[in-house]
Write a protein that binds this ligand. Structure first.
Ligand code: PLP
Ligand code: COI
Length: 341
């Protein structure tokens, strides 16, 4: 199969339309058979549930070309399970997990020419999503839904590639206690748009959100969980019911313990402790592990000892091990790599 003529190494994190996407519709209490389509447009009624009350959820995962030339995805079963959790809490029907994985396989295989080659620095991002599609005017869940997955080749999430970021402590809250912060609900991201634009306007790459109840604990950023490293090489990651259970973070915790022999603490992290850490990174499918060099709290700067020019040593080892597993250079734990072709 011939690859598309794309300048893979200069791709940013943007949308490039690919050939085929998967669509299935839910009507009269059941999902239809579903299948691939070339039509990238969605036509829905002006009163569709998603347009009025934002009834939508989504997922994000990647397909990689491995060193030996296979195309694989990373732990798609965990995305399927998380989408089930999101759907249930948003009163949407569950798209069956086995069908979710089959749909991922179909979309990747149909767009194989867009999966960036091994070593190009780019990957293929897959975006499964679901929304209420029939007219809803009283506040209630829709009766009809559409599930879709599209694929787009992407480069690094943050402009300028892998480089230490400068982030700020946000004055806005991302998610309420007992709210929807632990789900991949579109509404969480709508809520964060003003905060991210404010951060960018002030010269920052991202926001550090604190827990809204006490504003003393570190939660996450708009699109990634935090990982910290202590001066004695312990990995510390915030535990909270209102952050997204990142698949990357859960995988890195395993990698840290089982591959690198590091001690890991998953616990509440006080903002007060941040100044004492040696390294900080943002982890997620899009972010992979993006190092943080500086955290600014209303003018007060916390400069991570790892500095503004390189990733910290432990962050780098985590990054190299995780991406090594994803690209087939390092043997993966059982069930992590889903070979497509
Ligand atoms: N936190 C938020 C708010 C996110 O949007 C994401 C991205 O999916 C993550 C964390 C990282 O999660 P994952 O590693 O499953 O991509
Ligand atoms: C992902 O990492 O898959 C996300 O959905 C994060 C988003 C900010 C792009």
């Amino acid at each position: 199969m011939e690859k598309k003529n794309i300048d893979w190494s200069n791709l940013g994190f943007g949308y490039v339309q690919t050939d085929k996407r998967y669509v299935s519709n839910y009507r009269n209490g059941a999902w239809d058979e579903g299948g691939l389509t070339e039509d990238a447009n969605v036509v829905i009624n002006e009163c569709a549930g998603v347009l009025q009350y934002s009834q939508s959820c989504f997922e994000g995962l990647k397909a990689y070309t491995t060193q030996d030339g296979h195309i694989v995805t990373f732990r798609p079963d965990l995305n399927a399970a998380r989408m089930e959790d999101s759907a249930k809490r948003l009163e949407m029907p569950v798209f069956p997990q086995d069908r979710f994985i089959e749909a991922v396989e179909q979309v990747v295989a149909a767009n194989a020419a867009y999966v960036p080659p091994y070593g190009s620095g780019a990957t293929m991002y897959l975006r499964p999503y679901m929304f209420g599609s029939n007219p809803v005017i009283g506040v209630k869940p829709a009766d009809e839904y559409q599930f879709r997955i599209f694929a787009t080749p992407v480069g690094p999430y943050f402009k300028g590639g892998v480089r230490p970021l400068t982030i700020c402590v946000s004055d806005f809250d991302r998610a309420a206690p007992h709210g929807t912060g632990h789900l991949k609900a579109g509404l969480n991201y709508a809520m964060s748009l003003h905060a991210i634009m404010t951060a960018h306007a002030n010269g920052f790459d991202e926001n550090m959100y604190l827990d809204p109840a006490t504003r003393t604990k570190v939660e996450e950023t708009g699109g990634a969980n935090f990982l910290f490293v202590t001066k004695d090489n312990k990995v510390v990651t915030p535990k909270s019911d209102s952050i997204l259970p990142s698949i990357t973070r859960r995988s890195l915790v395993y990698v840290a313990k089982e591959y690198l022999g590091l001690e890991v603490e998953e616990r509440e992290v006080l903002f007060e402790e941040v100044k004492d850490f040696a390294e900080c990174g943002l982890c997620g499918t899009a972010a992979v592990i993006s190092p943080v060099g500086k955290i600014v709290d209303h003018g007060k700067e916390i400069c991570m000892p790892s500095g503004m020019s390189e990733m910290g040593a432990v962050t780098k080892k985590l990054y190299e091990t995780l991406t090594g597993i994803q690209m087939g250079r390092i043997e993966a734990p059982e069930g992590w790599i889903h070979v497509i072709e």
